[in-house]
Design a protein around this ligand. Structure first.
Ligand code: SF4
Length: 167
């Protein structure tokens, strides 16, 4: 089982910026108070073998929309690929849990919101990334996949990984 972490994925140019810094429109449904069954635990997908819980759910026109809140400004070129895949994972979890597929999810940044369309392309990308992560998790040795020294500084695996860019 994999938990969804934004930091393990890479950067992808975005195009679906929603203007404005306010909260997205829709009725907020806190996931642990949802009417159609109590959901106090993280959502689980048996198909992908992932688990996670969005920061909150919106109910808009009968559709449940996961929202991920970031405490940073929106990247200049739109949401990072890692953020979009994280929201795609929540869309997948929401679909499997509620039996209804959201057509999009939302990233709420400090200064605006970004709409992530949940179509076949990003779902396939998500499946490929999850499979790749699972393969890496069972591998004896995994090479570093980035050149960001500041990512290594904040990493909990610095002492064990042997690929730390600050060494
Ligand atoms: S310390 Fe190792 S595991 Fe951590 S981010 Fe750097 S390369 Fe990745």
């Amino acid at each position: 089982m994999l938990f969804i972490f934004a930091g393990v994925l890479l950067v992808w140019r975005g195009r679906n910026i929603i203007k404005g810094a306010g909260m997205p429109e829709g009725k907020i449904i806190y996931i642990d108070k949802h009417g159609r069954g109590s959901v106090t635990k993280p959502l689980f997908s048996s198909r992908l073998g992932i688990t996670g819980k969005p920061d909150y759910l919106l109910l808009k026109k009968g559709m449940y929309i996961p929202v991920e809140v970031k405490s940073t400004s929106m990247p200049r070129k739109g949401a990072y690929r890692s953020h979009k895949l994280q929201v795609a994972a929540y869309c997948h979890l929401v679909e499997e849990h509620f039996g209804e597929r959201p057509s999009y999810g939302i990233i709420k940044y400090d200064d605006g919101t970004y709409k992530v369309a949940y179509g076949n392309e990003i779902e396939q990308d998500l499946t490929a990334v999850v499979n790749c992560m699972r393969t890496d998790m069972s591998a004896a040795n995994v090479l570093r996949s980035h050149e960001y020294w500041n990512r290594c500084i904040a990493c909990d695996f610095q002492t064990a990984c042997g690929e730390d860019l600050n060494l």
